[in-house]
Ligand binder design. Structure first.
Ligand code: NI
Ligand code: MN
Length: 225
């Protein structure tokens, strides 16, 4: 049994009752944030890339909580510069790691990284017997079909805001190619430049795919069934 807590923009936390996995903790300065960097609790922090709206408060939260930051080496170097002594675990695209709650696999993403020499990535998170694909920031790419073939995806967490990432149509196609059972749209409405009609996204995606789309307000919790 796992629960998904949405904290706004691309930040969420999945917990299985014992372990808490936080993703892209941009909370300070995030107009959509539903929790502060000083109160969030976690054991692991997954970072998709070095842009400020993803890396965000990761170093600071790792320092306070002792959580392990997982990411691409170049992005982790930035975290370690900001908060020397924090715990990190470097991965790279295509690699998997077994953790106490399950498995994490790093997947590709098509997006700039924000850190010289780094790459943007996504993750397939196996927790509470569910496979949750977090796309990070990305365009649509055809290898999403492979991601959905390698692991049967119970949930896909996809950016839909357009401008910097996929927009509505591409994110609907992504849900189809991933063959996910459920989709959680993120990375929209935080600022005017990524304002989106999320209800329209739900409509077109549910028409094109077998997925159920869950529209979550920041601060809400979804039990992963
Ligand atoms: Ni980005
Ligand atoms: Mn972003």
């Amino acid at each position: 049994m796992a629960a998904f807590h949405y904290y706004g923009h691309s930040c969420f936390l999945i917990e299985d009752g014992k372990y808490k996995v936080l993703a892209d903790p941009f909370l300070t300065g995030n107009p959509a944030a539903s929790i502060s960097a000083d109160e969030v609790e976690c054991d692991y922090i997954l970072v998709s890339h070095g842009h400020a709206d993803h890396l965000g408060d990761a170093p600071k939260i790792a320092k306070r909580t002792g959580a392990i930051v997982i990411g691409i080496p170049e992005v982790l170097s930035v975290c370690e510069e900001r908060e020397p002594g924090i715990r990190t675990h470097a991965m790279n695209i295509g690699g998997s790691i077994t953790l106490p709650f399950g498995k994490v696999r790093m997947t590709e993403a098509i997006h700039s990284c924000g850190v010289p020499g780094g790459l943007s990535c996504g993750y397939v998170i196996n927790i509470g017997n569910k496979n949750v694909y977090f796309a990070g920031d990305t365009s649509l790419f055809y290898d999403m079909k492979l991601i959905g073939k390698k692991d049967t995806l119970d949930y896909a967490v996809l950016p839909i805001g357009d401008n910097f990432t996929m927009g509505l149509e591409d994110a609907a196609l992504a849900a189809q190619w991933l063959n996910a059972s459920n989709v959680i749209p993120i990375h929209y409405d935080t600022w005017p430049v990524i304002k989106q009609d999320v209800k329209k996204y739900k409509e077109i995606t549910e028409e094109m795919t077998r997925a159920e789309v869950h529209i979550l307000k920041p601060g809400s919790v979804l039990e992963l069934a």
